[in-house]
Design a protein around this ligand. Structure first.
Ligand code: PRP
Ligand code: URA
Length: 209
């Protein structure tokens, strides 16, 4: 069974189309990534556990629901994943944030890990790995390998644009990890870029090219 879920809310699709445009500025790109991540948050967090709580309204005592306070962690893959953190944190401000630094070698397209800094109790947390792009899948797979090596088990991957090749590779490497994306694009090109995609997410987010 495929674990990929496309979160295709009209607001997300509209904002994603602006994000993809070549003439979208760095400032607008950053704002849009933040907004889309927050909008995706409603679906991403839809199965957070609830517990009963007794409260008093002006009318009566009643038993209602509150979040069960399960420990969460948001783990962006640097650099571009950073752009998705604040949008999710605005919904779950108590979540801890870990960082995994990784870049794709431009020749081989293989990911190279250069930083792993995680909450100490990462093995006890529900983890959302975030990165705008799932292209070959190499970066996501290595990031999740890295988390599992440190005892993590409850992991969801959240991206904005996925290629079918990346989805297939991630599903094969980590079949139990749900993949949530705002769009599933056509394919990868010869350089490993997603088509139609949005270009290099890190460069567009930070204005480095
Ligand atoms: C981009 C993107 C992903 C990766 C996806 O990062 O943010 O991490 O490529 O490609 P893959 O699925 O083929 O691994 P990049 O390597 O460009 O690093 P950057 O964010 O530092 O620019
Ligand atoms: N990384 C990106 O930033 N964009 C792509 O299209 C593929 C990998």
């Amino acid at each position: 069974m495929s674990k990929v879920q496309v979160i295709a809310h009209p607001l997300i699709q509209h904002k994603l189309s602006i994000l993809r445009r070549t003439d979208t500025s760095t400032k607008a790109f950053r704002e849009l990534v933040d907004e889309i991540a927050m909008l995706m948050g409603y679906e991403v967090l839809r199965d957070l556990p609830l517990e009963d709580v007794e409260i008093e309204t002006p009318i009566t005592k009643t038993v209602q629901k509150q979040l069960a306070g399960k420990k969460l962690a948001i783990v962006p893959i640097l650099r571009a994943g950073i752009g998705m953190v604040d949008g999710l944190l605005s919904l779950v401000p108590a979540a801890k944030v870990g960082h995994i630094g990784m870049y794709r070698d431009e020749e081989t397209l293989q990911p190279v890990e250069y930083l792993v800094k995680l909450p100490e109790d990462i093995d006890q947390r529900r983890i959302f790995v975030v990165d705008p792009m799932l292209a070959t899948g190499g970066s996501a797979i290595l990031a999740i390998d890295s988390l599992k090596k440190r005892g993590a088990s409850n992991i969801t991957f959240v991206c904005l644009v996925a290629a079918p090749e990346g989805v297939a590779a991630l599903e094969e490497a980590h079949p139990e990890v749900p993949i949530l994306t705002a769009a599933l694009d056509e394919r990868l090109n010869e350089q490993g870029y997603i088509v139609p995609g949005l270009g290099d997410a890190g460069d567009r987010l930070f204005g480095t090219k």
